[in-house]
Design a protein around this ligand. Structure first.
Ligand SMILES: Cc1cc2nc3c(=O)[nH]c(=O)nc-3n(C[C@H](O)[C@H](O)[C@H](O)COP(=O)(O)OP(=O)(O)OC[C@H]3O[C@@H](n4cnc5c(N)ncnc54)[C@H](O)[C@@H]3O)c2cc1C
Length: 479
């Protein structure tokens, strides 16, 4: 069994060099996940000088652990947006998702990207009768937008379902093959991409920014923060506006690859899609999500997969950012500084729409989604208890768990007044400081993926202390 996502296998990753000199650009995109790469693609033909910097490798962040569905049927999102905002915004969001699918489809076709893009149907279903009403509600809203919605009482693979709805013209793909394909187009188009280049500071001068890596500076007129969790934006108060959700995913071999995406409204949530590589068919099965602050023992969540008698080939977890009104934050937050984040676990589509919104903001053009995604919009008051509750709980839990190791392979010691986590893989001991450099929460060891995870804002570190996912911008190496 492999403790990483299925997408990391079987892709020929092109390597780009580290930044090795000071440079000047019109637009600097920081972060090489699907958001950053998509933004560069849209900006490529705007006569601006563009560069992309990525702390690790292109596609090594949250994008590498997605389930890779391109769908507008996204759990109960239209009911959620209607309740937290209004029906007009729910409709605009629906149109944005449909446009986003078309954007990705057109890019794949135009650039001839081999990324297993496959048309399918999407299902929203439940096994618990009490959720039928919510699904029917979602159906009614979608029909009000002019969408054709069917009803189902079983899934195409015979999986348990008491009621569900079905829509057509949705897709799934291999997210990292897509990123690699677009990356090649960017390089051929003259965009500079620097990998292994982490930005540590961004300073704003009158009409330009200086972004510093470990050794060099980038002088940019405009900067796009495509970091997943945009932490260079203290005045934006990100930790007060969002909470995080962690989900557990598996892949195992099946006889056939079926053409459908499905997500349930049950608890634990189930999400399903199929993927066929050159040799095998896989079912990708997500089972269970949790508020990042709650129930931090990852092993317990992974153990739930044992309820099903599957022969798992891959197991992994992933984190995404949930906004108070279920609408992403995309746009300009300071003059010339843009963010695209808060995709509510639907970043394959939302990154595509974010890239055209940011392109049009930079190009001073109109775009019908600018107001919908405006990151300066008011915070939804109803979401505040959840966001504050989560943040407070995660901090307190992290303190309580600081002396607790759930696992035999890990012990925690106080060395020179600092908490040090020591992991032993049977051959070697790895020591790290277990306070998250982002906001000081205590890290919890994730036994399955062998990472140190922050229960507050989702940073993750390898056993040797290297930061894998932000918002921490620093390692926790023991020196
Ligand atoms: C379990 C799960 C399943 C999902 N499945 C789906 C799905 O089926 N369909 C869908 O639409 N969405 C899905 N999503 C959501 C989607 O995966 C994410 O929203 C999306 O991948 C986020 O992409 P990103 O580019 O914003 O972030 P990332 O991919 O994390 O990219 C950010 C990049 O920034 C880099 N970076 C960070 N700091 C710095 C720095 N200081 N300097 C330079 N670089 C830096 C990081 O290394 C990283 O590569 C899922 C999410 C989860 C949790």
């Amino acid at each position: 069994m492999k403790d990483y996502s299925i997408w990391n296998d079987g892709v020929n990753f092109l390597k780009c060099d580290k930044l090795d000199k000071n440079i000047n650009v019109d637009v600097l995109v920081i972060g090489g996940g699907i958001t950053g790469v998509s933004c560069c693609y849209q900006l490529m033909n705007t006569n601006k000088k563009i560069a992309l910097v990525e702390a690790n490798k292109i596609g090594s962040g949250i994008t590498s652990k997605t389930t890779g569905k391109l769908t507008f049927l996204q759990d109960g999102i239209y009911s959620s947006i209607k309740n937290s905002s209004n029906i007009d915004n729910a409709k605009l969001y629906y149109e944005a998702q449909k446009d986003a699918i078309k954007i990705v489809k057109d890019i794949v076709k135009k650039e001839k990207i081999d990324c297993n893009l496959e048309k399918n149907s999407s299902y929203l279903f439940c096994c618990d009768d009490s959720k039928i009403k919510s699904i029917k509600n979602e159906k009614k809203i979608l029909e009000g937008f002019g969408c054709e919605v069917g009803e189902i009482d079983k899934l195409p693979d015979g999986g348990k379902c008491c009621y569900g709805i079905k829509v057509e013209d949705t897709y799934c793909f291999h997210p990292l093959k897509y990123l690699e394909g677009v990356k090649k187009v960017l390089l051929d188009g003259g965009i500079k991409i620097y990998e292994d280049t982490r930005i540590y500071s961004i300073n704003n001068f009158n009409n330009y920014y200086i972004c510093k890596s470990d050794k060099y500076s980038i002088h940019a007129k405009e900067v796009v923060l495509a970091l997943h969790y945009p932490y260079f934006t203290v005045p934006f108060f990100m930790p007060f506006k969002v909470h995080l959700k962690k989900s557990y995913v598996s892949a195992f071999i099946e006889k056939d690859s079926l053409k459908f995406n499905a997500i349930s409204l049950d608890k634990p949530v189930k999400s399903i899609r199929y993927y066929k590589d050159k040799k095998d068919c896989y079912k990708i099965f997500l089972y269970g999500s949790r508020n990042l602050a709650m129930d931090v023992n990852d092993k317990k969540h992974f153990d739930k997969f044992k309820e099903f008698n599957y022969n798992y080939k891959y197991l992994w977890s992933n984190i995404d950012i949930i906004t108070g009104d279920y609408i992403p934050y995309v746009g300009e937050i300071m003059k010339g500084l843009y963010i695209a984040t808060g995709y509510n676990t639907w970043g394959m589509t939302n990154s595509a729409i974010a890239s055209v919104v940011i392109r049009d903001l930079i190009g001073k053009k109109e775009n019908k989604y600018i107001n919908l995604f405006n990151p300066k919009r008011g915070v939804n008051i109803l979401s505040l208890p959840l966001v504050f509750g989560s943040n407070a709980k995660s901090y307190i839990e992290s303190m309580i768990n600081s002396n607790k190791s759930f696992y035999e392979s890990v012990r925690i010691e106080n060395i020179d007044g600092k908490k040090v986590g020591i992991y032993n893989d049977g051959k070697k001991e790895y020591k790290v400081f277990i306070k998250c450099p982002h906001m000081g929460c205590n890290l919890v060891f994730n036994e399955v993926e062998k990472t140190w995870d922050c229960p507050c804002h989702g940073s993750r570190f390898s056993v040797s202390g290297k930061v894998i996912n932000g918002p921490s911008n620093f390692d926790i190496t023991y020196k």
